[in-house]
Design a binder for this molecule. Structure first.
Ligand code: NDP
Length: 252
């Protein structure tokens, strides 16, 4: 197993891409710390991972809260003795509202979750990795919306560009000390977030399928595979990268 002996923290692990990644990371031998707000769902996923022979612990919390993130990082070290990787994936977005009609509360929620959330994670994960002196690998969830604008989703587009920027800055600052930091530029993937978006904007599915060279949405498992690769040593020369996992939609 490619991740035996490593501990990886996953945010947004109660559903979708984060849940799939937590399960696959554990199946690949990593001890996993799962963070999200829906406690019951989070504990259910954690229990299922442990029942399947993995090692997992739930850290219910909100990534917008530095204290909650700090607690999750501390739990990783307390329970599994190290923090070697992180998948900073929790995110939220809304679309379909033109920029000039969007209210400030939506802007704040998107930026706080997607940008401050990743910021809080980096601020608390990196010191642990520096202290350990064994490096680490951090993967942040951006989006194809971090590469180009998608319709009527300005704060989301801005937030995902910011995640890619934070990723590059952190990679540059800590690369010399063995910490790799990469972004995943995720394409349209079948999750609760996508279902919610399609319910607001029914044409979104057809548009997303039409943009992808592979003419379909991703399954969360396919994104999780990239997370496992980036968290493990097989991607040892990859850092500061914006890695597209998008069925080719950013290529055309
Ligand atoms: P889901 O809605 O299935 O998952 C989002 C996860 O984030 C949930 O576990 C949710 O858990 C968690 N979350 C949301 N807000 C917070 C918060 N404040 N604190 C802690 N956890 C939070 O959607 P996806 O799996 O699709 O989304 C995962 C990531 O992928 C997001 O960053 C999204 O922007 C990105 N992405 C998704 C794409 C897609 O097509 N699905 C395309 C491109 C990027 P809870 O509610 O329990 O807190």
């Amino acid at each position: 197993m490619s991740l035996t002996g490593k501990t990886v923290m996953v945010t947004g692990a109660s559903s979708g891409i984060g849940e799939a990644a937590a399960r696959l990371l554990a199946a690949e031998g990593a001890a996993v710390v799962l963070m999200a707000r829906r406690e019951e769902r989070l504990r259910e996923v954690t229990r299922e991972i442990n029942e399947a022979g993995g090692r997992a612990v739930a850290a219910p919390g909100d990534v917008r809260s530095a204290a909650d993130v700090e607690r999750a990082v501390a739990l990783a070290v307390d329970r599994f003795d190290s923090l070697d990787g992180a998948f900073n994936n929790a995110g939220w977005g809304s679309l379909g509202t033109p920029l000039h009609e969007m209210d400030d509360a939506d802007y704040d929620r998107i930026m706080d979750t997607n940008v401050r959330g990743v910021w809080n994670c980096l601020r608390h994960q990196i010191p642990v990795m520096l202290r350990q002196e064994s490096g680490g690998s951090i993967v942040n969830t951006s989006s194809t919306a971090g590469l180009f604008a998608t319709g009527a989703a300005a704060p989301y587009v801005a937030s995902k560009h910011a995640v890619a920027g934070l990723t590059k800055a952190a990679a540059a600052e800590y690369g010399g000390r063995g910490i790799r930091v990469n972004s995943l530029m995720v394409g349209a993937t079948r999750t609760e977030l996508m279902d919610e978006a399609i319910s607001v904007m029914p044409q979104l599915e057809e548009l997303s399928v039409g943009r992808a060279i592979q003419r379909r949405l991703a399954d969360p498992q396919e994104i999780a595979q990239a997370v496992v690769w980036l968290c493990g040593d097989r991607s040892s020369f990859v850092t500061g990268a914006s890695v597209p996992v998008d069925g080719g939609c950013s290529a055309v």
